[in-house]
Design a protein around this ligand. Structure first.
Ligand code: AMP
Length: 300
């Protein structure tokens, strides 16, 4: 066994768990290459850590569908346009390892340093995702999707997954990754996974950790409003439903609605006039107590 693989023992209650964590790409590649040569299927779940049940749902799917599952835990600096957001992003590696362990001992965790990924130059490649990157999150987080494309491309070249799992919670990201794979002809299947919600309806997110209990309760209003928007969209125009959502958030000064948009699922272009045979989704970004939360809902 490669000595550079760190064996982590987690003492939880009276049990001792051991599992593998790879801190650098060379040791991960050395471990994976023989398995790739044996044509084992590899599922990959990229995350930024602070794992929750939403992440766990992706990991479980990968474990069910592949012989090997690799998850990455890496807060990727090149996808943050706001330095404060990067700095405050929760980092909870010990807890994350325990959560992975709850699913299976056979999952490999790759938690690289910034240097391991970027050397001494953490810079993003520039991508053209046929305009998908110019909509919604792209407008509000300049450079974000270049950072996402850069890190995912690097991960794919290190891990060489058969399948990679992405949540519909970040629906625009999911479409962009599918575009990346199609345009660059990458040999990986992209699997979209449904949004995992708390019983309250709030979409699970690592950023929820930064919400007070009160703010968390308040934030349930986001999904309630999305559900109302969906109902209204059956009868009303995109413009009227959009206005309805803006009015709904205007009422409460604790919310700051960054955008709500109804867009075509494939092109992510805004819906001006409803067209038959197109699938639309409502996309929302709201600040509550300075924390930026995103969510979306299928409107069909
Ligand atoms: P993140 O750690 O936020 O970068 O998320 C890693 C992956 O988990 C991404 O593909 C997300 O879309 C997905 N994810 C995050 N939250 C959820 C959720 N509530 N339900 C389903 N997938 C999620």
């Amino acid at each position: 066994m490669d000595l550079s693989i760190k064996i982590v023992s987690l003492h939880r209650k009276h049990n001792i768990y051991t599992m593998f964590i790879f801190n650098d790409k060379d040791s991960l590649e050395a471990f994976l290459n023989p398995l790739i040569n044996q044509k084992k299927t590899i599922g990959f779940v990229p995350t930024m850590g602070a794992l929750h049940e939403g992440h766990q749902s992706l990991i479980k799917k990968s474990v069910a569908e592949n012989e090997i599952t690799v998850i990455s835990i890496f807060v990727n600096p090149t996808q943050f346009n706001n330095p404060e957001d990067l700095e405050k992003y929760p980092r909870t590696l010990d807890r994350d390892v325990t959560k992975v362990k709850e699913i299976s001992d056979l999952i490999l965790i790759y938690t690289p340093t910034v240097e391991d990924i970027y050397g001494n130059n953490p810079a993003a490649e520039q991508f053209d995702f046929d305009g998908l990157e110019l909509q919604m999150e792209g407008k509000h987080r300049p450079g974000h999707f270049d950072g996402v494309g850069t890190i995912i491309k690097k991960f794919f070249s290190i891990i060489k997954p058969t399948r990679a799992y992405f949540g519909e919670k970040d629906f625009q990201q999911l479409q962009i990754i599918k575009k990346l794979v199609a345009k660059e002809n990458l040999p990986v299947e992209i699997i979209g996974c449904p949004i995992h919600r708390a019983n309250s309806g709030l979409a699970m997110s690592s950023r929820n950790e930064r919400l007070s209990a009160e703010a968390k309760a308040k934030a349930t209003y986001i999904f309630k409003t999305l559900q109302e928007a969906k109902e209204k969209f059956q009868q009303q125009s995109a413009k009227d439903v959009t206005q309805y959502v803006y009015d709904a958030f205007e009422k409460d000064p604790e919310f700051e609605l960054e955008y709500f948009e109804i867009a075509d699922e494939e092109t992510l272009l805004p819906c001006i006039e409803k067209e038959p045979n197109k699938k639309y989704r409502g996309f929302i970004t709201v600040f509550i107590n300075g924390i930026r939360l995103i969510d979306n809902i299928a409107l069909y």
